[in-house]
Design a protein around this ligand. Structure first.
Ligand SMILES: Cc1cc2nc3c(=O)[nH]c(=O)nc-3n(C[C@H](O)[C@H](O)[C@H](O)COP(=O)(O)OP(=O)(O)OC[C@H]3O[C@@H](n4cnc5c(N)ncnc54)[C@H](O)[C@@H]3O)c2cc1C
Length: 389
């Protein structure tokens, strides 16, 4: 990242190769278009196929299901590279790899794995995750979508909010719905996970959000109106869907942390380059100590967040449970991204406030990393519990 600073994490040859591949793809296929896609709020569908060809949609899926079967650290390194070029593509990759594919892999039947994972890995299908609802965000366990068994189908009624890529014609959506509405089991119990696809009668995209950032990543509301889901689309055990979702979100938080890191790193790199070129008072602005210290603080925070993320990934790769460390990773990386991109706009001065330079977009893209897959407040709740119990 900086000429006098070698990477802190010692990568294996395979990890370095994946990093190079991800960087080359990101810089040639994403970076040149990211500003235009953001401006037009446009999602380029061919990206999914290209990511599939690279194996980036099955990074954590075993080779038996055509995935790359890589470790968590390698996966996060790839997301950082993609996010440094286009944060919208990074969220696609993070959600797909961390949530639906992991849920099908960990809780699906052999038949479900064979049916769904292969096309998802290839990029013929795009994985989505539908937990949130308009009135059930941080308190996702209060979700109201219902699923009632009717013969060899489940009938789903309700509206899911904020589904990233839920409007994709090839979406495979793992959707959480309440299968037990008896009072005693309200809350997190009695929620089940279903594999939902847009071809089901009663499936409707009811709204597309007009967002501040991540504008090239469609975020939609989905309505299920007496949607009949075949019984073999129930994922895992009835009533365990919320538990599965929470377990998968542990992975998801690390993906978002890697995305935030990529955004922050891009902001540092752009700022370092700009500060070397921009002259005021007869010298480059990087000669002013105020700017140098800003760049120093920005770089330090990025390296700190990355060190925590990579150490946590290594823990997971050793087969240990990182628990609240994943919440720390997301908290630190997302707040780093917001802080660093704010400083980047300042380094650019007025030019940081316009769309001609990338830091304005990075600043807008950074914000959502403090919100989705658990807000910063919720990460602090998780960490607080871990350190006080
Ligand atoms: C661009 C985007 C993409 C998304 N993609 C997906 C997706 O693919 N799938 C999906 O299921 N969801 C998705 N989400 C939803 C996201 O996970 C939620 O927005 C998030 O969990 C917060 O829920 P909320 O928006 O309802 O906010 P609320 O829960 O209403 O929170 C509002 C405020 O209250 C605070 N707060 C709430 N509870 C507490 C508490 N106990 N202690 C302290 N503070 C608290 C929050 O931190 C926040 O500051 C996406 C959201 C966005 C913006």
């Amino acid at each position: 990242m900086h000429k006098d600073l070698p990477p802190l994490t010692a990568l294996t040859p395979e990890q370095s190769e994946i990093q190079r591949t991800a960087r080359a793809f990101a810089q040639s296929e994403l970076a040149p278009y990211a500003a235009e896609w953001d401006e037009k709020s446009f999602f380029e569908p061919s990206i999914v196929r290209k990511l599939g060809e690279l194996g980036f949609l099955g990074m954590l899926v075993p080779e038996a299901y055509d995935g790359l079967g890589l470790d968590c650290l390698t996966y996060l390194i790839a997301i950082e590279e993609i996010a440094a070029a286009d944060a919208s593509t990074a969220v696609l990759m993070s959600v797909h790899n961390s949530l639906p594919t992991q849920m099908i892999l960990n809780y699906g039947t052999e038949q479900q794995k064979r049916e769904w994972l292969r096309p998802m890995v290839r990029g013929d299908k795009l994985g989505c995750f539908a937990l949130s609802e308009a009135d059930a965000g941080s308190d996702a366990a209060s979700l109201a979508t219902q699923a009632v068994r009717d013969g060899d189908h489940w009938v789903l009624n309700g509206t899911k909010a904020w589904v990233s890529h839920g409007s994709d014609p090839n979406a495979v959506i793992v959707a959480m719905a309440r299968t037990d509405t008896s009072d005693a089991r309200r809350g997190r119990n009695g929620i089940s996970a279903f594999i939902v696809t847009p071809d089901l009668a009663g499936f409707r995209v009811s709204k597309k959000e007009n967002k501040m950032g991540l504008r090239a990543s469609p975020t939609v509301q989905l309505s299920f109106d007496n949607m009949r889901v075949p019984a073999d689309r129930l994922l895992g055990e009835e009533g365990q869907g919320f538990v599965y979702a929470l377990q998968s979100l542990e992975h998801g938080r690390m993906g978002v942390a890697a995305q935030a890191l990529g955004i922050a790193r891009a902001a540092v790199e752009a700022s370092v380059a700009y500060a070397a070129e921009r002259k005021q008072f007869g010298k480059a602005i990087n000669e002013f100590q105020a700017i140098q210290w800003k760049l120093a603080d920005m770089a330090t925070r990025v390296h700190t967040a990355r060190a925590l993320l990579h150490a946590t990934a290594a823990m997971k790769d050793r087969g240990e449970s990182p628990g609240a460390y994943t919440a720390m990773c997301k908290l630190v990386a997302s707040e780093t991204a917001m802080w660093v991109t704010t400083q980047a706009v300042q380094v650019f001065g007025g030019y940081g406030y316009v769309k001609e330079y990338p830091v304005e977009r990075l600043f807008r893209d950074a914000k959502v990393t403090e919100i989705y897959e658990g807000t910063s407040e919720i990460q602090r709740v998780i960490i607080g519990r871990a350190v006080t119990e």
